[in-house]
Design a protein around this ligand. Structure first.
Ligand code: DGI
Ligand code: FE
Ligand code: FE
Length: 196
């Protein structure tokens, strides 16, 4: 199938699969990801595909998320097992491959780590992680104007700010913090200090 026909088919499929607000969020992430890709010399099409699919598993029942991950041989921790917030990204990377036919490992990883990040994130990991946080529909996080500006000036400084704010939010709201979220934060805090 021609590239644009495939792209339209994917968007149409997601429109049916997701709730309206989530679909609009998805389009916002895809758009923001392509803008960041243009800014940082990353492939526009791969950034768009990752953005479009990053939340594709968000509305699976949690038992299905677990089943999908188990079947694909991905380990699920006790904390992830009961958390839609944490499991939809892992399950999403599996669905992107099995249901939507994505084979590019960089796209699958960006989907998989879009909630927690990971140490040594790829450029695409960072683009999706940041686009998810700053897309035009987001309005609840603190410091959004500053973070949106930073995204197009200094990608790593922006990443660091989002990691800090997310950790602070999780701590304040008493949510359990995933090991990977903590590892990502510690990794970038250390790296960030070293380059300053
Ligand atoms: O799927 P989205 O709502 O677009 O955004 P997301 O995938 O980045 O995050 C979903 C939620 O997960 C968001 O409220 C932040 C939260 N989150 C990020 N790291 C952790 C976490 N929640 C828990 N419990 N633990 C974490 O380590
Ligand atoms: Fe998500
Ligand atoms: Fe999202």
């Amino acid at each position: 199938m021609a590239k644009n026909a495939k792209r339209l088919e994917l968007i149409h499929e997601l429109e049916k699969e997701l709730k309206y607000a989530r679909f609009i969020h998805t389009m916002g992430v895809a758009f923001t990801a392509t803008s960041l890709a243009a800014r940082y010399d990353y492939d526009i099409d791969r950034a768009e595909t990752a953005g479009l699919l990053h939340d594709c598993a968000k509305y699976l029942p949690i038992e299905r998320m677990n089943a999908v991950c188990n079947k694909a041989g991905l380990t699920v921790s006790e904390m992830e097992k009961n958390s839609v917030s944490l499991l939809h990204s892992k399950a999403g990377s599996v669905l992107a491959r099995t249901k939507y036919g994505v084979t590019d490992p960089e796209i699958l990883d960006a989907i998989r780590y879009h909630t927690t990040g990971r140490p040594g994130m790829t450029l695409l990991d960072k683009i999706i992680f940041i686009a998810d946080y700053i897309e035009p529909g987001r309005d609840a996080a603190p410091n959004l104007p500053e973070i949106r500006e930073l995204a197009f000036q200094d990608l790593d400084a922006c990443l660091m700010k989002i990691l800090e704010d997310t950790l602070r939010y999780l701590e304040k709201s008493g949510k359990e913090i995933d090991l990977m979220t903590r590892k990502t934060y510690n990794y970038y805090k250390k790296q960030y200090k070293e380059v300053r």
